[in-house]
Design a protein around this ligand. Structure first.
Ligand code: FO1
Length: 321
């Protein structure tokens, strides 16, 4: 699985639910699930390394996430954040909850000791039986920055302070040319029975993972079918502001346009198949004519069970029942 944060977390809960109910003859009830997670949203804030997408997925799989906000911990408090504001430290528009800070402090301490991010993620996730292995796309810092008419800013500021309201002229992954897939990433892609592309933000989540040197070629050469799930239903993004990102790169906010942007694997892209919502069933022929197998199914991720149904529909496109 390639996944971003909030959309990726919901979809991963569905993949886990599917694996728990799957017939043994499919991938076996002990299906191994590896999530390769976007790290382009990551940043240093008041000396702490924040990794939003990895944390959103970890907390969701552990069942300790704040389901209203979509990020951070349930039962959170912000006494430290109030103090940081009083000291005028950090970003007043970016709340670091007290429980969440526990993870940031632990992570930053280990990183400062020289522990690579992937090993830090292994230590943090060992606290709960997630049923999913989390891998950062890279252990190197390759943060997404947004170019606007009035200058370049970190993605996280554009996203949380400005709510993506400042028109983006483009995105850059700072330091991506010297970044490498984290240990285990290319092997996971090579050895997979199937690779799922979560309905995450195609540009700044999935696109950022694909931008790490070596990941596209691992996807191109794996024997596993690569199946994507649309995060756009009926011409609108399900949540988040992916439309602001798509328009920045000149891609229409439409399920078929995103499939074409990912491209067919047999013509240099990444997808073998693309699952869209019933609302977009009329677009299936257009996607198929781009060389990408396609189908339409109910796509709303309401709970684990319906999400597992979406996963089953995606796997069926890959010939896995
Ligand atoms: N999003 C917000 O809109 N406001 C916040 O104050 C905020 C804090 C925050 C803290 C930790 C964390 O892991 C995520 C946080 N997010 C916040 C969400 C974050 O912007 C998103 O999870 C992704 O980075 C965007 O895809």
């Amino acid at each position: 699985m390639l996944a971003g944060g909030v959309g990726g977390a919901r979809f991963l809960l569905g993949v886990r639910a599917w694996a728990r109910r799957a017939a043994p003859d499919a991938l076996g009830s002990d299906a191994e699930i590896t999530a390769i997670v976007n790290t382009g949203d990551d940043m240093w804030l008041t000396g702490l390394r924040i990794t939003p997408d990895l944390d959103s997925i970890m907390y969701a799989l552990a069942g300790v996430n704040d389901t209203e906000r979509g990020w951070g911990r349930v039962g959170e408090s912000d006494r430290v954040a109030a103090e940081l504001r009083a000291w005028d430290a950090g970003w007043p528009w970016f709340t670091l909850g007290d429980l969440d800070l526990g993870a940031h402090i632990a992570r930053t301490g280990w990183l400062r000791e020289g522990v690579p991010l992937s090993a830090v993620v292994a230590r943090l996730t060992a606290r709960w039986p997630l049923g999913v292995r989390l891998l950062p796309a890279t252990d190197d810092e390759a943060e997404t920055h947004v170019m606007t008419a009035s200058g370049t800013l970190h993605f996280q500021e554009w996203w949380t302070r400005h709510r993506a309201a400042i028109p983006a002229l483009g995105f850059e992954q700072r330091g991506v040319s010297s970044a490498a897939p984290a240990p285990g990433v290319t092997a996971a892609l090579a050895e997979a029975d199937v690779v799922l592309v979560a309905p995450s933000n195609p540009v700044v989540s999935i696109g950022t993972i694909l931008g790490i040197p070596g990941i596209r070629s691992a996807l191109a050469t794996t024997a596993a079918p690569v199946v994507g799930v649309s995060g756009i239903i009926g011409g609108a993004v399900v949540r988040g502001m992916a439309d602001a990102c798509l328009s920045a790169i000149g891609v229409e906010t439409a399920a078929d346009a995103v499939a074409r942007w990912y491209g067919a694997r047999n013509s240099g892209g990444v997808l073998d198949a693309w699952l869209m919502a019933e609302e977009d069933a009329a677009l299936v022929p257009a996607v198929e004519s781009a060389g990408i197998r396609s189908a339409a199914a109910p796509l709303w991720l309401r709970g684990d069970d319906t999400s597992a149904d979406v996963v089953a529909a995606a796997l069926a496109l890959a010939g896995i029942r």
